[in-house]
Design a protein around this ligand. Structure first.
Ligand code: SAM
Length: 345
């Protein structure tokens, strides 16, 4: 059949299986690097399919480890993959894979939290933000230990169109602990609705692809794992700086079971709290007795816009952090000293 003949041309030549490589290099999983391997190629192929067609695509893979997912990426026809792995023990096995797919696999021994994703591929693969996404994907069976800071870092880069989003609306296909995946996809009114849901959903379409049972990994983690696909929106639903949105959303969700005005109050110093909270709620036209989990993104947008408006008149509020003030208060109480004794001069 012609189609399968074409597919066969991407396929890697016969080589040791991932399990054999693990034995060959004596690769025991390291807990501190959140190593849980996927050895079943049917599952890695399924995960990779969630990204869409990878034929001739460029791919960043996070934490390739022994390379199961990497094989699926190459077998799916990726033109070039850059894999970033922190643990040097995996590099020899990945080099074998690179030799089996000449010119298609670049190995970076480094930390994904600091690796410059705006530089790996040539700029000629970029697409203007308003157009279709570029042929560039980020794929990873993420280490649990870095998955939340990593997605927050990427969301910020998405908002600023930097890092991997320097190439356009780069799509991501990633795994998360089930509980984190549920928070990222939770809709308004659901129990799992949280700061993470709002931060992800105001910037992208987040699709819940499927769940991988914990028993499919080696070693088996304590939880199941959700596979999610993110596509950055052409127009973010909130058009304010990421840090400002993050501050308002963090404050709103700090008292998740209370009425939303409780968290919003804490955006302002005590002296003007009541007046400015009322002003902000009225300007946004949001019912102060709604719970944080009941707020829609358009309502949160209205609140962020109202806060930005107030801060335009009083820029000092931007630096105000209720938690810091609370810490100072507690410290001054403990030491029986006035609060300004602890403030920077
Ligand atoms: N992709 C492999 C698979 O699916 O079998 C391994 C996935 S395992 C959950 C996570 C991988 O990320 C490990 O290989 C681990 O060494 C690597 N890793 C952990 N922290 C990392 C970091 N900060 N930067 C790059 N790789 C990291």
């Amino acid at each position: 059949m012609a189609a399968s003949g074409k597919l066969a041309s991407f396929r890697l030549p016969p080589m040791p299986t991932v399990s054999e490589l693990i034995k060959l290099y004596n690769l025991r999983a390291e807990k501190h690097l959140s190593q849980n391997f996927l050895l079943d190629m049917k599952l890695t192929d399924k995960l990779v399919r969630q990204a869409g067609s990878l034929k001739d695509a460029h791919v960043y893979e996070v934490g390739p480890g022994p390379g199961g997912l990497t094989r699926s990426i190459l077998n799916a026809g990726a033109k070039e993959a850059i894999v970033v792995e922190k643990d040097s023990r995996f590099i020899p096995g990945l080099k074998l894979l690179s030799e089996a797919a000449p010119g298609r696999l670049r190995i970076v021994h480094g930390d994904i939290l600091t690796y410059r994703m705006d530089r790996g591929f040539l700029q000629n693969i970029s697409k203007p933000w308003e157009e279709d996404p570029p042929d560039l994907h980020i794929i990873g069976n993420l280490p649990f230990s870095v998955s939340t800071p990593l997605i927050i870092k990427w969301l910020e880069s998405m908002s600023n169109r930097t890092g991997p989003f320097n190439y356009g609306r780069t799509r991501l296909t990633l795994t998360f602990q089930r509980e984190v995946a549920e928070r990222l996809t939770a809709s308004t009114g659901s129990k799992q609705r949280s700061r993470l849901s709002v931060m992800a959903q105001y910037l992208c379409t987040v699709r819940n692809c499927f769940t991988i049972p914990g028993r499919a990994f080696v070693p088996k983690p304590e939880v199941d794992v959700g596979v999610l696909h993110f596509t950055p929106l052409v127009q973010p639903q909130i058009q304010q700086p990421f840090k400002l949105v993050e501050k308002v959303v963090r404050n709103i969700f700090q008292f998740r079971r209370k009425h939303c005005h409780k968290g919003i109050e804490k955006l302002f110093p005590e002296a003007c709290r009541a007046k400015l909270t009322q002003e902000m709620m009225q300007k946004a036209d949001v019912d102060p007795t709604l719970r944080p989990t009941e707020l829609t993104i358009p309502q949160i947008k209205a609140l962020v816009d109202a806060y930005a408006h107030i801060c335009n008149h009083e820029p000092n509020f931007l630096n105000y952090e209720f938690r810091e003030e609370l810490q100072l208060k507690n410290l001054s109480k403990q030491r029986n000293m006035p609060m300004d004794a602890f403030m920077d001069t």
